[in-house]
Design a protein around this ligand. Structure first.
Ligand code: NZQ
Ligand code: ZN
Length: 388
């Protein structure tokens, strides 16, 4: 049964090889002073920086730069960016990069005019902005997070050993996103597959919750099947446009609020993964792949019907003559085989975590209530131990 909800996603998407044309249409709608936000330099190597700058110049913008946004953007970087944006009197923020750059741009957008301490207000107290929000647009270069069409902004506070995502309201969503699948062709294999698993995890987080008959779950199954199919092509042939474009589109729909409409969701894998990220700074998608199997094996008995459905509808497991437990376990085994095929991190030791870190990891893990089992501290420790 679908619950009560209102639905609106205000982000306009421009998709395809000519998507950058959309930037020319959009930029004139916003102020003259543009803060161009980007990461560690990949866009300078692959030419995207030059293409974007040419459009900004053509549109007569005053361009101010804020580069060097690191994967898993930090509070320190945010505070530096706020000063930079204020000096530039930024009227628009153009994020060119992956989820980190888009998340950081959204964090800046709500922090530039914020009268309080942004980390405390938004990431600890989860309050909504009550100041002017500077509009953001995205040119996406890495596929996975869905940040291009949602209000999510994940920030890491190293001093507090916390990595927290605030999901802001629609005022903070990017006004537009430019999605050119070819822009993702230069991603290293490690980042590409980490993004693939991030997509899978987003869908699973929303799928493995509730026992109702819900349209969203059928949409999720279709998205997962498309992702599995195209990811198998993309790992062998990374420049396969059809596969990479399907994956880009799947990523956007996996986390733009559509498949969460009218249903409960879990998000515990992200809480476990973000704890690992806060302590190791590892790549987001890999932190999720490293904890997923131990987590899902742990909660499977509490949601057996859904795990059976996942096995049959997503992985094509033949259920005839088998117990529900057997079918469900075969589904997870099929997922494990796929994960190994992609070359994902299968444990947290690979990412720099160790036995001694477990108490700290447990402390950094937020406990969610929408999954099939609300975890105790001991269960969280057990899952981390099983992930070593
Ligand atoms: O910094 P540069 O030099 O650009 O290099 C990046 C970075 O090293 C590189 N890269 C990106 N596009 C490239 C490229 N290299 C070559 N060619 C390209 N076209 O890839 C590396 C990773 O980039 P990053 O933006 O960090 O990856 P991702 O998109 O996975 O973003 C991760 C961040 O997003 C958060 C994560 O927690 C993490 O902080 N998330 C945001 C969400 C949201 N907004 O809803 C939800 C997610 O669950 C996630 O938590
Ligand atoms: Zn994620």
């Amino acid at each position: 049964m679908l619950g009560e909800f209102s639905y609106c996603n205000p982000t306009k998407l421009y998709f395809g090889k000519e998507a950058l044309g959309g930037l020319k249409e959009e930029l004139p709608k916003y102020g003259k002073n543009v803060l161009l936000v980007y990461g560690g330099g990949s866009i300078k190597k692959n030419g995207i920086y030059d293409s974007v700058l040419a459009v900004l110049r053509e549109c007569g913008k005053n361009v101010f730069e804020d580069g060097g946004v690191m994967p898993n953007p930090t509070t320190e970087k945010l505070y530096e960016g706020i000063e930079r944006a204020k000096k530039a009197n930024a009227e628009f923020i153009l994020a060119v990069g992956g989820g980190s750059v888009c998340d950081y741009a959204k964090a800046l957008s709500v922090s530039i005019h914020c009268k309080e301490e942004p980390w405390d207000k938004y990431w600890l107290r989860f309050e909504e902005p009550d100041c002017e929000v500077v509009p953001v647009g995205c040119v996406l270069t890495m596929v996975g997070t869905g940040s291009e069409m949602n209000g999510g902004s994940v920030i890491t506070n190293h001093a507090q050993k916390l990595k927290i995502g605030h999901v802001f309201g629609t005022d903070v969503y990017p006004k537009f996103a430019i999605l050119n699948p070819e822009y993702t062709f230069t991603l290293p294999h490690y980042q590409m597959v980490a993004g693939f698993f991030d997509i899978m995890s987003h869908i699973m987080e929303q799928y493995f919750s509730g026992e109702d008959d819900n349209t969203s779950d059928y949409i999720s199954e279709g998205l997962m099947r498309s992702l599995i199919h195209s990811s198998r092509i993309a790992v062998k042939d990374p420049k396969n446009y059809e596969a990479r474009s399907n994956i880009m589109w799947t990523a956007t729909w996996a986390l733009n609020t559509l498949v969460a409409a009218g249903k409960t969701t879990d998000w515990e894998v992200h809480m476990l993964g973000q704890a690992v990220g806060a302590h190791t700074d590892a790549t987001h998608g890999m932190t999720l792949s490293a904890v997923s199997l131990p987590y899902y094996k742990h909660i499977m008995p509490y949601g057996i019907a859904k795990f059976k459905r996942f096995a049959v509808n997503v992985w094509g497991v033949d259920a005839a003559g088998k117990s529900d437990e057997q079918v469900a376990a075969e589904g997870l085994a099929a997922m494990e085989a796929w994960m190994k095929e992609l070359g994902l991190a299968m444990n947290i030791s690979q990412l720099g975590a160790s036995e001694e870190m477990i108490p700290g990891l447990v402390k950094s893990t937020l406990v969610m209530e929408g999954g099939y089992k609300v975890l105790t501290q001991e269960e969280i420790a057990e899952i981390f131990r099983a992930s070593l």
